[in-house]
Write a protein of this length. Sequence first.
Length: 611
Amino acid sequence: MSVTKQTLAERLAALEPAPGVYLMKDAQGRVIYVGKATSLRARVRSYFGSRTGMDGKTRELVEHIADFEVIRTDTPSEALILENELIKRYRPRYNIMLRDDKTYPFIRVTNEPYPRVIATRRIVQDGSRYFGPYPSAGAVHRTLELLKRLFPYRACDIEITGNSPRPCLYYHIGRCVGPCIGAVSQDEYQRVIENVVLFLQGRGEDLLPNLRRQMEEAAEQLDFERAARLRDEIKAIEHVLQHQKIITGRNETFDVLAVAQGAGGDACVQVGFVRNGKLLGSEYYLMSGARVDDTPSAILSSFVAQFYQQAAQIPGELVLEHPLEDQEVVGDWLAERRGTRVKLTVPKRGLRRELVEMIAKSARQNLEQSRVRWLNDEQRTTAALSELADALALDRIPRRIECFDVSNLHGTDAVASMVVFENGKPKKSDYRRFQIKQVDGPNDFAMMQEVIRRRYRRALDAEQTETWQTMPDLIIVDGGKGQLSAALGALRELGLDLPIAALAKEHEELFLPDRPDAVLLPRDSQALFLVQRIRDEAHRFAVAFHRKRRTRTSIRSVLDEIPGVGPRRRRELLRRFGSVEGIRQASVEELAAIKGIGRTLAEQIKTELGR
């Protein structure tokens, strides 16, 4: 139940300029947003003042705020910690959150006389050492499998007395040193565990000198079995280290963070782990609750606060693709958690910038792959299609969806694409490209109308192939009400009544014929992910065709300006040298060797292209 304007004004006036956390609630009393502030008075009041300058997400949030609650803290760092705890508790609709953040696993080296190396999902302050968090249980198990191949620690959970009657299979195959039967002392076993820890810390190189020394000592003592085991261990570690990329010449340790955002606002943060000058690898973490108008800085800030709150170790430097929101507060909080200052850098050039760009590329690829994997899940795809049918009030599930996009640069070389998805998956054999033929100048509405008219006129032609004659269960056009109206006009000209919708990119709104209000699918809905994927594929297909057309036009225009170079000679030149730049780099002799060119024309070509 919302508060009255008078009560609201009194409560806002009573707010103090102190740090704390605020909870925004809707009319049903549900927490829809949790935020932190160094000044509760200034931050909370900002939601109830002028909406000028607010981004789309904040305006939408404000429209649903019916009440608020504040919690004072002594410091901004305490506010950040409390904010994270409340986000986990309430999982508010408008907050950006690590997806399934409660389930992230760690590797634990137990605090026992004969420690174990195991996977866990809880950090217990019992003296054990923890490494992580890892993005999935699969990532932890892959790491554990590698460690077990490299180091002969015990895999069992029995009490170690040294008096067991017989060892397990791991001992017989050289994967365990056998503390259960007293084959090694506690100190010798502890050295194995310390090697595991060094490797997890990225200090694999530090292991080798000592292992080589132990191997030589074993050989001198004629303990050839132990020497052979150490030799194999050294080779295995060296093999792994060869695949760890050397980044810097110094023993630097830092994390590299970059963010990728999808067209619909879904987001992924990639973290690269540099330890002692080597890039040990990187992992990606999906974010939920992100919107189209969320800034990369906001997403990174949310990630850093949530990820490093549960991280077992915090490096002395975070190398960021974008600056963080409230960077000073986050930096102070990280310093408190680590015990020493944490440097936050946003490099503009040099090695660190190259690392950021490399990690950002991985983030984009992993975000796209996660969406593709999601769509390939048959059960989810069926649910997405059913949800879409309900939202758009379709008579049946849209098994075949055709989506159109127009691509042009100021009306030049205008093209359009049609992509087809059947049962939620792309059917590339049915994709089609269109060159815009009837529209002059930049008129997206007219271009969309032309493409729709041409596509479905062919559908009515009995002499066309089965692909052209197949009608869709749903048409999606990229754009807003203008594109929808243009496409609808073309369908009505042809006497067709097909389900159609327009998807506007800015707020991911779906517009329908004869319906004044847009359909807004829930931000985490399966139907929204599906239509975004379809729209993005249509855009990609159109842009690729447009670039190809512009390249061809550019080549033709340059060569066509050279007297004596007609279509046949142009084809021969391009076939031989591949591009205009290749022709420009060729010598007069190489040009003259082309059939029909000759030295005089070759010299003229060099002169014209050299201008």
